[in-house]
Each structure stands twice: as C-alpha cells, then as structure tokens.
Design a protein around this ligand. Structure first.
Ligand code: SAM
Length: 160
C-alpha cells in the first residue's frame, strides 16, 4: 500500500477545516497509509523584514526535512508550481504505486509559504491554481484531490 505523508506548517484550528480534513483522512484510509504531520509556524513580529521571514522559513524547512525518510519523493505545494489536472495527478499516483518508491510526501507551507531550498529539493512543485489559498484550505483541497486521484484510478463515478 502506498504511504502518503502530508507535512503541513501551521496548526489547523477552525472546526470546519478540521472536520473536512477528518472526512478525507477517513476516506483515504481505504486507499493508502496516510500520515499527517503538523509543524508549528515560526513566530514572527507584526511587520517582519524579508530577512526575518527568510530565517523563519529556513527553520521551518529544517523541521520539515527531519520528518521524511531520505528515500521519499517530495511534492511541494506552491502557487507558482506546475498546474496538473486531477487525471494527471491520478496518473502520477498510479505510477508511484507501481514504482519501488513507496513514500510520497506532500508539503504545504505556512502563511509565508515554503523556503526556496525545500521547493528546490522537491521532485514536483505542484500548483492547484495561480490563486493563493490559505494553507488550511489548501490542506483540505489537497486531501480531496488525493482522494479523487484514488477514485479516478479505480474507475469510480466519483470523478465526473
Ligand atoms: C498562504 S499560502 C503562502 C503564500 C506565499 N505568499 C507563497 O507564495 O508561498 C500557504 C501555503 O498554502 C499552499 N497553497 C496556497 N495556495 C496554493 C495554490 N494555489 N497551489 C498550491 N499550493 C497552495 C502552499 O503550500 C503555501 O505554501
């Protein structure tokens, strides 16, 4: 079974996002071994300088790196990444499942995004839209798309 690891910077607090994530986590249970790791966002002052932001993102990147095995394949979620259709994501996941690489790690940044070094390390920089979403909503959207990918691959009518 494919191990899907989701590493997110920032704590999910809103009940409606938590409930939506729980629902997709439950649904995904039948398709993959899902692990979700939440990392704390580095604290920044009200109006941080670019230097302070870079430093915080670098620390978050180190914390992220400590959470996945060296053999893992990384997909970094970022606005400027590559746009992929749901079918294309399904194909990526299918290829993955058939390959020997069994650890797929999705990364979602905090409110200031992901550090460039971790984006560079990623096998795929994936964009869900040229629009920017709150990281909490991005988590729900990604979980739904991963679930959709499994449904597409089994030929279910969930994906119309
Ligand atoms: C509020 S956004 C960060 C915005 C920051 N200015 C940037 O460009 O990275 C927080 C996180 O949500 C995810 N995210 C938001 N919108 C996204 C999109 N359209 N596609 C992919 N990921 C997105 C990314 O992982 C991002 O690091």
């Amino acid at each position: 079974m494919l191990s899907v690891h989701l590493i997110c910077v920032g704590k999910l607090k809103e009940k409606f996002y938590l409930e939506a994530c729980k629902e997709y986590e439950k649904r995904l249970g039948g398709y993959c071994k899902l692990t979700l790791t939440e990392l704390p966002e580095e604290k920044l002052p009200q109006n941080p300088t670019q230097g302070q932001i870079d430093q915080a993102l670098a620390k978050e990147a180190d914390a992220i790196r400590a959470k996945f095995p060296p053999s893992a394949s990384l997909v970094a979620l970022c606005v400027e990444g590559k746009l992929r259709s749901s079918e294309e994501l399904a194909k990526i996941m299918e290829d993955w499942q058939q390959s020997s690489a069994k650890h797929l790690v999705f990364l979602i940044g905090g409110s200031y995004g992901l550090h460039p070094s971790i984006k560079q390390q990623a096998w795929l920089k994936l964009s869900m839209s040229p629009m920017t979403f709150p990281h909490h909503l991005a988590r729900v959207m990604l979980l739904e798309q991963v679930y959709r990918a499994f449904k597409i691959n089994e030929g279910s009518s969930y994906h119309k």
